[in-house]
Unconditional design. Structure first.
Length: 115
């Protein structure tokens, strides 16, 4: 399923994987390992490394790039929750995109996040 026009500015070669009411999560093809996922809202961006040890999930490491304005605190919380709620799909999407060179399916989340 392809997303229609995204109102978010993401790098041209990037692959969107989740769209949550304008908060777009995507992979950047220039950053293949470790598994890093980016989030953008309008012109604000942050990224997160998903950490594994011996094949098991160990945690998340969030950071902003030096040249870009980061997400707000509320957007970062949504970013984290989207990763936690969709971790299996994100890993599968990363494998599809970086290993098999296929487009992952875009997941458009239409339900409000619940903690």
């Amino acid at each position: 399923m392809k997303a229609t026009q995204i109102a978010v500015s993401i790098p041209q070669e990037s692959m969107s994987i989740i769209d949550y009411f304008g908060l777009v999560l995507y992979f950047d093809p220039s950053n293949t390992t470790p598994l890093t996922i980016y989030a953008a809202v309008l012109d604000r961006r942050s990224c997160c490394q998903i950490l594994f040890k011996a094949g098991l999930f160990k945690g998340l490491n969030f950071f902003n790039t030096e040249t870009e304005l980061g997400l707000t605190l509320h957007e970062k919380e949504q970013f984290q929750q989207l990763i936690e709620n969709n971790l299996d799909d994100i890993v599968r999407g990363w494998i599809d995109f970086f290993v098999f060179n296929r487009e992952p399916n875009i997941n458009i989340v239409t339900k409000s996040l619940q903690r």
